[in-house]
Design a protein around this ligand. Structure first.
Ligand SMILES: N[C@@H]1[C@@H](O)[C@H](O)[C@@H](COP(=O)(O)O)O[C@@H]1O
Length: 242
């Protein structure tokens, strides 16, 4: 594991963005695994700046998002499709036909999960998977459980996850109860994983995930088994690590 701690968010965002843009510069056909949530917003801003400076192009790249809420219209402000358009896709030249997100409005969500896994197989291995971290150790929307699922699947969101995400909605009852998420098997198959965590409220789960037992009770702890894990933390999130 390669762990970097930053005393400023600006430096953390620049570093995260330069890892991603550096990969696409050397491999323009890179397959990127992308994440949503509050954490990667600053990284996407820096990627957009690099694109606008002309130092990187995404026209041959492909992306796969980790997850999507079930039942939110695509144009809903909090759908992950809308999030990705707003923060990244509207500002770079990644063709929309190459920017994949599970369809949370599919009439048959189980079939949609199969379709997503088939697309992932066709694209080959994800070169870099960007990840944030949930307070309960979830990655994507893989919640703590007795067993974790390898491929894309429908998940019922934990109450604590819905509460954490309620800040983006007008009220708790508007937060979707289900989501589609890439499975832990797919995440772990990525050639490189870039885990980014910020904030004092995540210090404990960062400590558990990176130094605690490897257990399905903390899905992020499985990342310890990955041969190429890069972790970017702000000093608050890293405060419990020796
Ligand atoms: N499904 C997403 C995750 O992909 C994200 O990493 C995590 C943390 O979000 P945030 O970065 O807003 O703390 O929770 C969300 O529910």
């Amino acid at each position: 594991m390669n762990l970097l701690t930053f005393d400023s968010h600006e430096k953390l965002h620049e570093s995260g963005a330069s890892i991603i843009t550096g990969l696409v510069q050397t491999n323009p056909r890179a397959v990127l695994g992308l994440a949503t949530g509050g954490t990667p917003v600053g990284i996407y801003e820096e990627i957009v700046k690099s694109y606008q400076r002309g130092v990187v192009r995404f026209n041959q790249a492909t992306s796969f998002n980790l997850d999507e809420y079930v039942g939110l219209p695509e144009e809903h402000a909090e759908s992950y499709r809308n999030y990705m358009n707003t923060h990244l896709f509207n500002h770079i030249d990644l063709p929309r036909s190459q920017a994949h997100i599970p369809d949370g409005n599919s009439a048959d969500p189980v079939e949609e999960c199969k379709r997503y896994d088939e697309l992932l197989l066709t694209a080959g291995q994800i070169d870099l998977q960007l990840l944030g971290l949930g307070h309960n150790g979830h990655i994507g929307f893989n919640e703590p459980d007795h067993a974790l699922i390898s491929g894309t699947h429908v998940v019922e969101l934990r109450e604590e996850t819905r509460k954490a995400n309620a800040r983006f909605f007008d009220s708790m009852d508007q937060v979707p109860t289900h989501a589609l998420t890439m499975g832990v098997g797919t995440i772990l198959k990525a050639k490189m994983i870039l885990l980014v965590v910020k904030g004092a409220d995540k210090a404990e789960i960062v400590h558990r995930a990176l130094t605690g037992p490897i257990t399905t009770d903390c899905p992020a702890s499985l990342l310890q088994t990955h041969p190429h894990l890069v972790v970017l933390l702000d000093s608050e999130a890293g405060r419990l690590l020796a």
